[in-house]
Ligand binder design. Structure first.
Ligand code: WT7
Length: 655
């Protein structure tokens, strides 16, 4: 079957960066030529300029044993030193590193000097608990400053962290602890979410309990932060209160230099099927690309900007763009503990106003849920401090992009749509905000130093104005170094498809437009085949969201006797439209609308108006489950859903 994905939508809007933005931009147009001239020298120069190397490297890339890469491998550095001590030594100790905003309304600001001292104390505590280079530490914490301090303390010791998202169950936590062989867990009594204290420690207790299989957990110590004052059960000899040991520990701790390829962290991908993969990242290359992208894509001016990334620490975005990128660059950032709608839907905009946030990085799913609530809510706040907006996690439909720019960015701010993955470690495709003329809905261009292509199933480039499979054709500094404990699966999953070419296969479909700009089309597994035409979910969803009534849409292919597959759409309407219109009438209107926007081939056979869509905890729509409903099957495994009840509601609505 051809991998060509048909192109349906046309987008003509273009936005040049504002003149003052261009003038002060970190990234200048010449950066592309510099990288193209000599890619490896380009990365070596970025690494030397952005990081402190205790022992400078002379090797840049060792690709003698593909797909196992080594970057900067004769150099030594300490990741935490790069994120902390050197800023203090440079005289910036008084700069705020973290403006913490708790969900209940408590707040505190932590300077670089304070964070450095805290991380040194935590490092001393962890060392006392037996943590040393190469040991694995599981981190199961809410979004509080202690979470960032924990990651950095583990990194400081040359140990390896494995952050498990606080929303995961005891079983998922145990599976990840076992897979990594974690020695210590850092957790909290709980955290605040949706106005309530939700517990974390009981899940740790349950995860570490005897599971009846006679296998003991590898964990020796549990370090517990007190956040909510909930009662906790205590296991003497194993559990240690953070507040008993950290404040009492010495704030002297010398950062030892480790090899550039020393493992830094494992992060399990929230794959929709199969055993989670422990994606392994190492130190020097990862930090280089995290720092470079954070500075250039977000145009970071550390002296003046206030940056806010809304991602949880449990995802890769929380690693690269809450922890390592911003701190390596000496940024001031906001850290928010809770949900966007507590105590009311405008909480995020209140936070932007309160701290004068200038750079704001979030997910399309959040943008679409704000669209659903209406523009009146953000318009009641002063968002004039914003000068750059970023998007990540899914394709952002052109209409959501426009709404983001108009309503949140006062019609002026550049938007960077950043494509990357847990596996890539850092941003790979994005506009550079002072250089690129942006197009709503397109992630646009590979970053300087990154080589991307769109190819057919044989690995041949499809060229402009055509669709196919997204690949990375050359190794990059922050690339995953493997899957923890499973090198065969690493090769099989990412490198086998184009083994003869040596391309990394990302699993996404993409299209190059006539200018060569990249449009992400969704996961290849989700592509539909209607009467022999390969249609992407992303484009039909974008057409649906382009209708005034629609807030969010998910499209799947369901088997159909005449067309092979038929397009089935699940749509959430904006609240203002629900009041005066019948669901049935709107469903018909939307079917016709899609037919007009992109053509009869894409017109959905069925449009279901629903109240919610099934999403993973990181906000991605699980189309596999919608396919089950659309085909009238029993709904499959819903364990990875953020809200497991959603599917039964949808199934009932559809019936
Ligand atoms: C998958 C990776 C990268 C941090 C968050 C997600 C999708 C990500 C975009 C974007 C279109 C995107 C892809 C990718 N994706 N960013 N800007 N436009 N799609 O990390 O959980 O590892 O997911 O998210 O499908 O493969 P992740």
């Amino acid at each position: 079957m051809s991998q060509q994905i048909d192109h349906l939508l046309t987008e003509d809007r273009r936005f040049a960066p504002p003149a003052d933005f261009v003038q002060n931009a970190v990234a200048k147009p010449g950066i592309y030529d510099e990288a193209a001239d000599d890619r490896l020298s380009f990365w070596a120069a970025r690494s030397r300029e952005l990081l402190h190397w205790h022992t400078p490297f002379t090797n840049v890339l060792d690709w003698s044993n593909p797909p196992f890469a080594k970057w900067f491998d004769d150099g030594k550095l300490n990741v935490a030193y790069n994120c902390l001590d050197r800023h203090v030594e440079a005289g910036n100790g008084d700069r705020v590193a973290i403006h913490f905003e708790g969900e209940p309304g408590d707040s505190r600001s932590v300077t670089y000097a304070e964070l450095t001292a805290e991380v040194k104390r935590v490092a001393n505590v962890l060392a006392g608990l037996g943590v040393g280079q190469g040991d694995r530490v599981a981190i199961y914490l809410p979004m509080i400053p202690e979470a960032i301090a924990s990651l950095l303390a583990v990194a400081r010791l040359g140990a390896v962290h494995s952050v498990v998202f606080g929303g995961f169950s005891a079983d998922s936590l145990r599976a990840r602890i076992d897979d990594a062989g974690a020695k210590v867990v850092i957790t909290a009594d709980g955290g605040y979410r949706k106005g309530k204290a939700s517990a974390l420690k009981p899940a740790v207790d349950q995860a570490l309990s005897d599971r009846g299989d006679g296998e003991q957990a590898t964990v020796e110590k549990v370090l517990v932060v007190r956040r909510t004052e909930q009662e906790v059960e205590w296991t003497d000899g194993r559990d240690v209160w953070w507040h008993d040991v950290v404040p009492a520990a010495s704030a002297e701790h010398e950062a030892e230099a480790f090899d550039a390829e020393n493992p830094l962290f494992i992060l399990y991908t929230s794959g929709t099927t199969g055993k989670p993969k422990g994606i392994l990242h190492t130190s020097g290359g990862y930090l280089t690309q995290a720092a470079f992208t954070h500075r250039n894509v977000f145009d970071l001016h550390p002296e003046t900007d206030v940056y806010w990334c809304t991602a949880d620490i449990g995802w890769i975005t929380g690693h690269s763009y809450v922890t390592y990128g911003p701190l390596a660059n000496g940024a001031t950032q906001v850290l928010y503990e809770g949900t966007p709608e507590f105590p009311e839907p405008g909480r995020w905009w209140d936070i932007i106003e309160k701290y004068g946030v200038s750079i704001f990085y979030t997910a399309p799913t959040a943008v679409r849920s704000f669209m659903k609530q209406g523009r009146e809510i953000p318009q009641k706040r002063d968002l004039s401090s914003l000068r750059l907006l970023g998007s990540v996690g899914e394709p952002i439909n052109p209409e959501a992009w426009m709404w983001f720019r108009e309503v949140i960015g006062s019609g002026l701010t550049p938007i960077v749509d950043t494509w990357w993955q847990t596996e890539t470690g850092a941003i790979m495709i994005s506009a550079l905000p002072g250089v690129t003329e942006t197009k709503p809905g397109s992630a646009q261009v590979a970053l300087p130093g990154v080589e991307i292509d769109v190819v057919d199933e044989k690995g041949e480039a499809v060229g402009n104005d055509a669709g196919g499979l997204l690949v990375v054709t050359d190794p990059w500094p922050s690339m995953l170094r493997g899957i923890w404990g499973d090198p065969d699966r690493f090769v099989e999953t990412y490198w086998k498809m184009f083994a003869d070419k040596g391309f990394y296969f990302a699993g996404d479909g993409a299209r190059l437009d006539e200018d060569g700009d990249i449009w992400l089309l969704g996961r290849v597994d989700d592509v539909m085949n209607v009467s022999g035409h390969r249609l992407s979910t992303a484009e039909i969803e974008s057409a649906l969201v382009a209708h005034d009534a629609t807030a969010e849409a998910a499209v799947v292919g369901a088997s159909d006797e005449t067309t092979g597959q038929a397009v089935v759409a699940f749509v959430i309407l904006k609240e203002s439209f629900l009041k005066d219109n019948s669901a049935e009438g709107l469903a018909n209107t939307l079917r016709q609308w899609v037919g007009e926007q992109i053509g009869p081939i894409a017109r959905p056979r069925d449009v279901y108006i629903v109240g919610e869509l099934p999403k993973t905890r990181s906000g991605k729509i699980m189309r596999r489950l919608l396919r089950d409903v659309a085909e009238g099957r029993e709904v499959g495994d819903t364990q990875t859903l953020a809200d497991t009840a959603v599917m039964s509601v949808i199934a009932r609505q559809v019936k």
